[in-house]
Write a protein that binds this ligand. Structure first.
Ligand SMILES: *[C@@H]1O[C@H](CO)[C@@H](O)[C@H](O)[C@H]1NC(C)=O
Length: 228
């Protein structure tokens, strides 16, 4: 009796753990091209009739070989994301792609992808990259690396990370793959200081251990999104 209870309990815990560890759920068919006209709300998108699916559902003339404009961005970067919103065939497949252009001294500021691990390679230039671990007894540990053309680096799912072009006279370009059809982006400064409506400056002054005036100044800045 006690043994079977333990068995059931451990089976339940294992099931729960597998659901917590999993990122995008695995597909249960060859493909499930997102039906953008369906009004049904599910986790992801409902499948278009497979008989109506064609090669264009898996295709985008994305021009990812072409440089993006980085001059108008205050942080000096431009992220071009190809996710399920751009290629409907990515629905349920747990993967997406991004090109990132960096101006000289430009950066992709600290951000997280709540649903994806990222693997990045440098196509042109040099990048100083890093991520920070979640809270531990020893604080938040920073891992950094300087990447040259052809180097590859991994940013684990959910962790705060950044890329910075330390070169003052040359742009940089990276290509990144992400383990979700819809990785999501939370740019830390934008989410904290640029939320609408704003987070109370009482809350942020205490959180950041500064005067409310400092928070008010930060909240008055324009926090632009560099992801498209
Ligand atoms: C990103 O690049 C695209 C294509 O060059 C451009 O249309 C867009 O305005 C750029 N965004 C920013 C913020 O620079």
């Amino acid at each position: 009796m006690a043994t079977s209870t333990y068995f059931l309990l451990s089976a339940f815990v294992a099931l729960l753990a597998s659901q917590v560890i999993a990122s995008d759920p695995s597909p249960l068919q060859d493909f499930c091209v997102a039906d953008e006209h369906s009004s049904v709300r599910v986790n992801g998108f409902v499948c278009k009739d497979p008989m109506a699916v064609n090669a264009d559902d898996f295709f985008m003339a994305a021009n990812l070989d072409k440089p993006r404009d980085t001059k108008t961005s205050k942080v000096g970067s431009n992220v071009t994301l190809v996710n399920v919103m751009k290629i409907r065939g990515l629905n349920t497949l747990g993967i997406s792609l991004a090109r990132i252009d960096y101006a000289p001294l430009g950066e992709n500021p600290p951000h997280t992808h709540p649903r994806a691990t990222e693997i990045l390679t440098v196509l042109e230039g040099t990048l100083y990259v890093g991520f920070v671990t979640s809270n531990t007894d020893n604080g938040n540990k920073l891992f950094t690396k300087v990447l040259n053309k052809g180097d590859v680096f991994v940013f684990p799912e959910g962790l705060i990370h950044f890329q910075f072009n330390p070169v003052h006279d040359k742009p940089a370009v990276a290509l990144a793959a992400l383990s979700s059809q819809n990785p999501g982006v939370i740019t830390i400064a934008n989410a904290i200081f640029g939320s609408k409506p704003p987070i109370s400056d009482d809350v942020l002054a205490k959180a950041f251990q500064v005067q409310k005036g400092t928070i008010d100044w930060l909240q008055a800045q324009f926090w632009e999104n560099n992801h498209y």
